[in-house]
Design a binder for this molecule. Structure first.
Ligand SMILES: [Zn+2]
Length: 725
C-alpha cells in the first residue's frame, strides 16, 4: 500500500504546503497524493493514496546504463566528458552540450519511464537495500527489533508461491464488511473505516501543523477520493483525455473482475465509479489553486464543517475514527465538501459499495497476486507513463518495505552505508551556501531594508537535517510476521494512520522526517522552516568526496541552494521564520517580488517539451524560482571557496565551466513521451532540459564562464532575464 505521501521530490507534491522537493521522482514507495493542501508534513497522508501508484523508481541493472556495481573498482570521473555532445554549441542548448553523448547512447530501460542521474543512484541504493533486507530475512533469530520487522516483512513479500495461492483471500474480511453496507449510515461508517486503513474514499483526512500556529497539530480535511492522478483527468474534453477515461474504466472493470465479479456487471460498475469520481473532480480545486496557502487555510469548528455537509454526520465519522474530540480543524477546500455532501447523498448505496471495493483493491494491488499486480502496472505504469516492463519482485518488495516501515529499513541502511564524515562535509557546504544567500539578500536591488531584515532572520533560523533522523520512529506496536504480505502492508498503514491522527491537538514534533533515509531527494518544509537531505542523495554524482569543489557545488550545492530558495519562493515566502503563515513583507517589496515571479511564469510558459504541450508556468513557478536561485547561490558560494586558490583547468575546463557542467549532469535524463506528458500535467517541476537551460539562460555568470554572445538561445535578452534571489 502506499499510505505515505511524500512529497516527492522536489516536488511531487504540489500542494500548497507540501514539501518542496528537488526531484520530480515518481514517488517511490511513498505515495503521491493529492496532498492535503495545507498539511505540513511530508509524512504520509493517511486517508488518501497515490494515484500514480506503484512506481518504485527502481531500475533494472543492465548494460552500461545501470551497472550499479556494488564496489566500483573504476569509478567514473566526477564529470565524464564522454557524456558531452560537442557537436552542439553551449550557446544553443547547454543541456544537450553537457549530456548529449550520454543521451545518444542510453536507451530507457524497459522498467523505467524516465532514466537519469537520480534513477541510477536509486538503483545503487536499491542494491544496498536488497542486501540489507536479504540479510535481515536470513536471520530468523534476529534480536534487533528493526531487523526482525524488516526481515519478516521482506520475507512475506518474497514468498511468491504463498502470495499467488492466497490471491485476494486475505482481503475477505474487508470485502465482507463492504458487502454488509445496507444504508447511508453504513456508507459513512465504511468511509471512516477505509480512512483508518489508509484507503482513499470520498475525501482526505489527516493531521497536520496549524499553518497559523506552527507549534500545534490540528485535524485537516481536504479534497480527494479519486483514482486517477488529478482532477483534470476527469474534466478535460480533448480526445486523448476521453480515451484515457475509457482505459480507466477498462482497468477498473478488470480489477473488479479479478475480485470475482462478472465482466459485464463489473463494466457497468466501473462506469458508475467513474461518474462518482467525476463529480468529486468537478468539485475539486486545480493544482494551481492548491498552491495558494491562504486560500487553502480555513480553520473552523467541527460544527461549521457540519454546516457545510448537512447530511454527512461528522460525529459518527469521528467516533469511527476514534477521534471523539477533533477540536478546530482546517478544511482545505470548503466548496469541495459541499460537493462531496451531494455525492454522498445522491449516489446509490450499491454504487458506493463498488467504489469501496475498487479503492480497497487499488490500494492493495501491489501486495496481492500477480494478476492484480500486472493489471495495476498495465494502467498506472504502461498507459500513464509508457513503462514497458515491470520491475523484478525484489525491487517491488524493497519499495513496499520502504513505504511501510521505512525508518526501520533506513536505520539498518545508514548503519552500513552512510559514512559519518559525509555529514560534516555537508554541514560545511550548507553553511557556505547559507552565507552566500545572506550576502545576496543584503545586496538585493529590489528589496527594502525592513523586508531584508526579516528575510535574513528567516534564513538564519533554517533548521538543517542531514542523513537520517536524530530520533527514529518506534515500530514496537506494529505486528509484522511471515503471514500474508498484504496484511503486513495493511497493518503498517493502519499503524501509520493511527500515529498520524493521534497527533491531533498535540504540540508539533519538529524532529520528524518527511522522507526515509535511502531516498534520493531533498526537501524544504515551510512549516518547519527546514531543509532536509536524506543519506540517499549524498553520493555521486550529487555529492562526491573525491571531486573538485566545482563539481560538488554544481551538484549538491545547487540542490542545497534550491531547497534554501524554496523558503523564498511564491509559497515559501508566505511563511515566517518559525513556520507560521504570516505576511512579513512590506507591500512595496511584495509587489516587486510578484513582478519578478511573474516573469518566471512567463519564461517557462514559453517552453514546449512536446508539440502543443507547454510547461505550466503557474504550476511550476515555485520550483523554477528555486532552480534559478539555487544555481546562482551555489555559484556565488563556489567563488568564495575558490578565492585565493589556484584555479586549474581539468579536461580543458575552468572551475567555473565545470560548475555548470556538473550542474547540467545532475539533470541528465531520458524520458518517455507518456511520462513527460503526465509530468507536465501534474508535476510542479519542469522537465529536466528546462531545469538546466531555464536557469542558465537567465544567469550572466554562466554567459561569462563560457564567453557566450549577447544574442543566442542560451542567453536571454537583458530585459527578459529573471533575477530574484
Ligand atoms: Zn524543489
Amino acid at each position: 500500500m502506499r499510505h505515505r505521501t511524500c512529497l516527492t521530490l522536489l516536488g511531487v507534491l504540489t500542494a500548497a504546503t507540501a514539501l518542496a522537493q528537488t526531484e520530480p521522482q515518481k514517488s517511490p514507495p511513498l505515495a503521491t497524493v493529492t496532498p492535503p493542501p495545507n498539511v505540513q508534513t511530508a509524512g504520509k497522508i493517511p486517508a488518501e493514496k497515490s494515484p500514480p501508484p506503484p512506481t518504485s523508481p527502481v531500475a533494472q541493472t543492465q548494460g552500461e546504463i545501470t551497472t550499479p556495481a556494488p564496489e566500483d573498482k573504476n569509478p567514473p570521473p566526477p564529470f565524464d566528458t564522454a557524456n558531452m555532445d560537442t557537436s552542439v554549441k553551449p550557446s544553443d542548448d547547454f543541456f544537450l552540450y553537457a549530456n548529449g553523448g550520454w543521451i545518444k547512447r542510453t536507451p530507457i530501460p524497459p522498467e523505467y519511464s524516465r532514466w537519469g542521474s537520480f534513477n541510477q543512484l536509486i538503483e545503487k541504493n536499491n542494491d544496498a537495500l536488497h542486501d540489507v533486507a536479504e540479510r535481515a530475512a536470513g536471520e530468523t533469530t534476529a534480536t534487533n527489533p528493526d531487523a526482525k520487522k524488516v526481515g519478516d516483512y521482506y520475507a512475506s513479500g518474497m514468498d511468491e508461491a504463498k502470495v499467488e495461492v492466497a490471491h485476494a483471500r486475505p482481503l475477505a474480511d474487508e470485502l465482507k464488511r463492504i458487502d454488509g453496507v445496507k444504508d447511508r449510515n453504513d456508507v459513512l461508517k465504511e468511509i471512516a473505516h477505509l480512512h483508518t486503513l489508509g484507503v482513499t474514499s470520498l475525501f482526505g483526512f489527516t493531521s497536520g501543523q496549524d499553518d497559523k500556529n506552527s507549534t500545534m497539530v490540528i485535524a485537516q480535511a481536504y479534497q480527494g477520493g479519486l483514482g486517477m492522478p488529478d482532477r483534470d483527468y476527469y474534466t478535460k474534453t480533448d480526445d486523448a483525455s476521453k480515451k484515457l477515461r475509457d482505459q480507466y474504466v477498462q482497468h477498473v472493470t478488470k480489477m473488479l473482475t479479478l475480485l470475482g465479479e462478472e465482466p459485464k456487471a463489473a463494466g457497468e460498475h466501473a462506469k458508475k465509479i467513474l461518474a462518482l469520481e467525476t463529480s468529486l473532480a468537478q468539485a475539486s480545486r486545480t493544482k494551481v489553486e492548491l498552491r495558494d496557502p491562504q486560500k487553502n487555510y480555513n480553520k473552523m469548528k467541527a460544527s461549521a464543517l457540519q454546516a457545510l455537509t448537512p447530511d454527512f454526520k461528522w460525529d459518527t465519522y469521528f467516533k469511527e475514527t476514534n477521534l471523539p474530540n477533533s477540536g478546530e480543524l482546517n478544511v482545505g477546500q470548503p466548496d469541495f465538501f459541499k460537493g462531496a455532501n451531494k455525492v454522498f447523498t445522491s449516489t446509490p448505496i450499491d454504487d458506493w459499495k463498488e467504489y469501496f471495493r475498487w479503492h480497497l483493491v487499488h490500494a492493495t494491488a501491489g501486495e496481492l497476486s500477480a494478476d492484480f499486480v500486472n493489471e495495476n502496472f498495465s494502467f498506472y505504469e504502461t498507459t500513464l507513463r509508457g513503462t514497458k516492463q515491470i520491475k523484478p519482485r525484489w525491487k517491488r518488495v524493497v519499495a513496499s518495505t520502504d513505504s511501510s516501515i521505512g525508518e526501520a529499513l533506513g536505520k539498518l541502511y545508514v548503519a552500513d552505508y552512510f559514512p559519518p564524515e559525509s555529514k560534516a562535509r555537508m554541514l560545511d557546504l550548507v553553511n557556505n551556501l547559507r552565507s552566500a544567500l545572506a550576502d545576496r539578500i543584503k545586496t538585493l536591488e529590489w528589496m527594502d531594508d525592513a523586508t531584508k531584515e526579516a528575510a535574513l532572520k528567516k534564513l538564519a533560523a533554517f533548521t538543517v537535517k542531514i542523513g537520517y533522523p536524530d530520533k527514529w520512529r518506534d515500530y514496537s506496536g506494529l505486528q509484522i510476521d511471515r503471514g500474508p504480505f498484504v496484511l503486513n502492508a495493511i497493518r503498517a498503514s493502519i499503524f501509520d494512520v493511527h500515529r498520524d491522527l493521534n497527533k491531533i491537538g498535540k504540540p508539533v514534533d519538529r524532529l520528524e522526517w518527511g522522507m526515509t533515509p535511502p531516498t534520493v531527494n531533498a526537501y524544504y518544509n515551510p512549516k518547519l522552516n527546514e531543509i532536509v537531505f536524506p543519506a540517499g542523495i549524498l553520493q555521486p554524482p550529487f555529492f562526491n568526496p573525491k571531486a573538485d569543489d566545482a563539481i560538488n557545488y554544481g551538484g549538491i550545492g545547487a540542490v542545497i541552494g534550491h531547497e534554501m530558495t524554496h523558503g523564498f519562493d511564491d509559497q515559501g515566502r508566505q511563511f515566517d521564520e518559525v513556520g507560521n503563515l504570516r505576511d512579513w513583507w512590506t507591500p512595496e517589496s511584495a509587489a516587486k517580488f510578484k513582478e519578478r515571479s511573474g516573469a518566471v511564469v512567463k519564461q517557462y510558459s514559453e517552453y514546449e517539451p512536446l508539440p502543443g504541450l507547454h510547461v505550466n508556468g503557474e504550476l511550476t513557478q515555485g520550483e523554477n524560482i528555486a532552480d534559478i536561485g539555487g544555481v546562482k547561490i551555489a555559484y556565488a558560494a563556489l567563488q568564495k571557496a575558490l578565492a585565493g586558490k589556484p584555479q586549474e583547468k581539468i579536461d580543458g575546463f575552468t572551475p567555473q565551466q565545470r560548475f555548470f557542467l556538473g550542474f547540467a549532469q545532475i539533470w541528465r535524463s531520458v524520458q518517455r513521451d507518456e511520462d513527460l506528458k503526465l509530468m507536465v500535467n501534474t508535476n510542479p517541476h519542469s522537465p529536466a532540459r528546462y531545469r538546466v537551460n531555464g536557469p542558465l539562460s537567465d544567469l550572466v555568470e554562466f554567459q561569462k564562464a563560457f564567453n557566450l554572445p549577447d544574442s543566442c538561445p542560451m542567453v536571454r535578452p537583458a530585459d527578459k532575464k529573471v533575477n530574484i534571489w
